[in-house]
Write a protein that binds this ligand. Structure first.
Ligand code: ATP
Ligand code: MG
Length: 368
């Protein structure tokens, strides 16, 4: 079965970061957003991400997205999926609730919207997946799975809420020098139920992701010796409830929940050693690109739709052969709409010509 197409035809930004008001019309295949530093290339890419995911890929605070000195922002996008045009609108005014409209219909819950327009963004910030804390790697799993499972997203939200409640309870036990077994059990059971579901999804994700990751790695970079990804979890092989029961004393002392899926991690390895410690910059970059493109493939397989691919500044430090390999890959039929930012318009133009890639559009920033 071939995947159906998805493309943002046009996007209108009002008070979105450095844009006061601007409309961009896009090609359904490759878009090259070019211009000097600071002109708004990343911001435009992030706005495209926003219109699919109803949040920024760069910041979790919607207020940061509003253009300095203004009090609201608006994004309006025409998105074509399987030859049907949709109109997406996101509005946010300081101190008010964010509004998401699909075809003029207000979405009551974010979960009702997310996943309709799958999207993968690759940015220099992805490096935090390697150098950052386990929270970054959990977020990677969460973002991926949430796009194809509403159940996952709602269980995750439930888990996080109950986790906070259980932690508050443990703190109150300590402060008030009391212990209420039955009350703690209520929260533990809720946590275990949601945690089991989340853990199963994450295990499945890694199981599906790893072979695709190896394949993509081989495809672009010719060779995948020794790269590995494994799911590292307290509760993976064990009985979840037993793990929680065994940790109870520790939890009471620490005044917080010490075990569970909120401590999960992904081990990223090169030749059996942590990638973070042993990988060269090039190897790390290669690893990340393959990981994110594997995420893309997985989303495509699960959604039956080619996600929107947003590539921010990925060519930096890559040699021309690798850049050409990436261009050939993303211009193939396996990929749908692709938006790429770069500062070097001329060099990119030459590369595209040399590789006989014709279906692209330049979007130069800086001139209106
Ligand atoms: N909330 C905001 N209001 C107004 N301007 C903002 C806001 N947030 C960021 N900016 C500005 O937007 C400008 C463009 O940033 P952006 O990161 O998109 O540039 P870029 O074209 O990607 O540059 P580079 O080539 O260096 O990556 C910056 O000058 C930044 O200060
Ligand atoms: Mg940028």
């Amino acid at each position: 079965m071939s995947a159906i197409s998805l493309a943002i035809r046009s996007i209108q930004l009002t008070n979105y970061k450095n844009y006061d008001f601007r409309q961009f019309d896009l090609s359904e295949k490759i878009n090259l957003i070019v211009g000097n530093n600071g002109l708004g290339k990343t911001n435009l890419l992030d706005a495209l991400y926003y219109s699919c995911m109803t949040k920024s890929n760069l910041t979790s605070a919607d207020a940061m997205v509003i253009r300095f000195g203004e009090d609201f922002f608006r994004i309006a996008a025409n998105i074509c999926k399987d030859e049907v045009e949709h109109f997406v609108e996101v509005k946010y005014r300081r101190q008010e609730k964010k509004e998401i409209l699909l075809d003029r219909l207000k979405m009551e819950r974010q979960a009702d919207f997310i996943g309709r327009f799958p999207c993968v963004m690759i940015t220099p910030d992805d490096h935090q997946l390697i150098s950052g804390s386990s929270e970054q790697r959990r977020r990677f799993m969460d973002v991926t799975i949430s796009q194809f499972s509403q159940e996952y997203l709602s269980q995750l939200m439930l888990y996080n809420k109950v986790l906070q409640q259980r932690n508050a309870l443990l703190k109150s036990f300590y402060e008030q020098r009391r212990f209420d077994r039955s009350l703690l059990d209520v929260y533990t059971e809720k946590l275990v139920n949601a945690g089991r579901i989340i853990s199963r999804y994450r295990m499945d994700l890694v199981h599906q992701l790893v072979p695709v990751f190896h394949q993509v790695y081989r495809q672009i970079f010719e060779g995948n010796e020794g790269v590995e990804i494994t799911y590292d979890s307290d509760v993976q092989q064990a009985d979840y409830a037993a793990v929680m029961a065994a940790a109870e004393q520790q939890d009471t002392q620490a005044q917080r929940t010490t075990r569970g899926i909120h401590t999960d991690d992904l081990q990223l390895e090169l030749n059996g050693m942590p990638l973070r410690k042993i990988g060269s910059q090039g190897q790390q970059k290669t690893f990340l690109l393959s990981l994110k493109l594997a995420q893309y493939e997985l989303l495509k397989a699960n959604k039956g739709c080619k996600p929107l691919l947003l590539l921010d500044d990925i060519f930096d430090k890559l040699d021309p052969q690798r850049i050409a390999a990436i261009f050939r890959l993303v211009s193939s039929d396996a990929y749908g709409q692709v938006c790429i930012t770069d500062t070097k318009e001329r060099e990119i133009g030459v590369l595209l010509q040399e590789n006989n890639i014709q279906s692209f559009k330049f979007i130069p920033l800086g001139q209106v």
